[in-house]
Design a binder for this molecule. Structure first.
Ligand SMILES: NC(=O)c1ccc[n+]([C@@H]2O[C@H](COP(=O)([O-])OP(=O)(O)OC[C@H]3O[C@@H](n4cnc5c(N)ncnc54)[C@H](O)[C@@H]3O)[C@@H](O)[C@H]2O)c1
Length: 391
């Protein structure tokens, strides 16, 4: 970027102040040189996206990828707002749920786009949770060698985590997220009002990633979660906006330092080495991603305790906060040997060692290679036996 373009960014053909401030919305930015992009967070702003898009891009045609559930709630609002702005929108829908992050569903979306005549001067709109965001982002990254996409995350998990940072992809039957690309969106557009139609189990699932930021990066934010857990669970506007902004801010800072996960970005994987394996063993069907991450964080925090990284007092604080979460899905059916097998397929495994992001203290994380299976076995048993609290 040259000097005149400082604090401005080229979007399509327009050089726009970066990030462009919008009234009544929080604005954050992910600084990645010419791939930088803004994150907007507001309430009741879902239909206002076309105004911003028109400023940024001379593009007239959009393909909206969503799941049938989310589209049922918000499809009309989004498509009619684009049409009212004189923009053309085609829609491709997939079934809700993790199973849509599959090779077959990916091929289906590409086929629909080809049949519709989508070309390189179209933009993909990803309207949905993390599943739609990951799938649509990967479609955008690979369709005709890449077309732009905009994230419109609608689940808590997607608003605090998956829509930011450019990890896109789908699952292979043998392992999660192993087919994909780092491909950044052009805009992340968050309306917290849409969270109100989510099922409470999905809110709980998203809260896993919220609390994760406190444990891995910010002791103050962990404290905020402890103080506001009830308001978070009941989606109180102000607390939600603050939490979502904080999470996006932390993620944006980490991604700006390490876009392709060669260093610090790996700390975001806390709870995910065990969590992803739980999802794989449970066939991606009977447990939600965030729920699996909760169990994974509990097990991995126990490993950190036993490795002498995390002290007992902080470990107890983590467990106490988890006990306030009304988790609905257990892991009693997961056999440890299956879990180990799934973990060995994990992309984080290196030199035959499993790699874990482990808390050293609240707000501080280290990456460790672990060979000791007994340590993992004990941690998994601890989570299974102590993670559950009746609500
Ligand atoms: N790319 C990343 O960096 C990243 C980070 C974390 C997680 N992920 C991925 O995200 C996925 C999980 O995301 P998720 O928890 O959002 O799952 P999801 O996309 O399946 O959404 C959960 C459910 O909530 C519904 N839903 C979403 N928004 C809604 C709304 N506003 N109102 C009513 N219903 C709504 C969906 O239809 C779905 O049934 C996993 O595949 C995970 O691997 C990716």
């Amino acid at each position: 970027m040259n000097k005149t373009a400082k604090n401005k960014l080229l979007f399509g053909h327009a050089l726009i102040p970066f990030p462009l401030k919008i009234q009544n919305m929080k604005t954050l930015k992910v600084e990645l040189k010419d791939r930088s992009y803004p994150i907007y967070i507001g309430e009741g702003n879902l239909s206002k996206l076309p105004e911003l898009v028109k400023l940024f891009y001379p593009v007239k045609r959009f393909v909206l990828i969503s799941d049938k559930n989310v589209f049922g709630h918000y499809g009309d609002v989004v498509t009619s707002s684009f049409q009212a702005a004189g923009l053309h929108v085609e829609t491709v829908l997939v079934p809700p749920g993790e199973k849509s992050k599959s090779i077959d569903r990916y091929a289906y979306v590409l086929t629909q786009m080809l049949k519709t005549g989508v070309s390189r001067d179209w933009i993909v709109l990803a309207l949905g949770g993390g599943v739609v965001g990951d799938l649509a982002g990967f479609v955008a990254s690979s369709y005709m060698r890449g077309i732009p996409f905009i994230q419109i995350p609608t689940s808590l998990l997607a608003q605090v985590d998956s829509s930011v940072g450019g990890k896109t992809g789908i699952n292979h039957p043998l392992a999660k997220n192993v087919i994909g690309a780092f491909y950044q969106p052009k805009i992340v557009w968050i309306d917290i009002a849409v969270l109100r139609t989510m099922e409470s189990v999905e809110i709980v699932s998203g809260l896993a990633e919220v609390i994760k930021y406190g444990i891995i990066y910010s002791r103050d934010f962990f404290h905020f979660c402890e103080d506001n857990i009830k308001s978070l669970l009941s989606l109180k506007s102000q607390v939600c906006t603050e939490a979502i902004s904080k999470c996006c801010d932390i993620k944006a800072k980490i991604v700006a330092q390490d876009e392709k996960e060669t260093g610090i970005r790996a700390i975001l994987n806390f709870g995910h080495t065990v969590g992803h394996a739980i999802e794989a063993v449970m066939n991606y069907q009977s447990i939600r991603h965030g729920e699996a991450v909760f169990w994974g964080m509990l097990a991995e925090a126990h490993m950190a305790l036993k490795m002498g990284l995390l002290n007992e007092k902080e470990f107890d604080r983590i467990v106490a906060l988890f006990h306030k979460i009304p988790l609905k899905t257990g892991i009693n059916g997961v056999v440890f040997d299956d879990l180990m097998r799934a973990m060995r397929h994990d992309k984080k495994a290196k030199d035959n060692k499993l790699r874990f992001a482990l808390p050293k203290s609240l707000g501080e994380t280290v990456i460790e290679g672990v060979e000791d299976e007994t340590l993992i076995f004990n941690a998994f048993n601890f989570a299974r036996e102590n993670g559950w609290k009746q609500h």
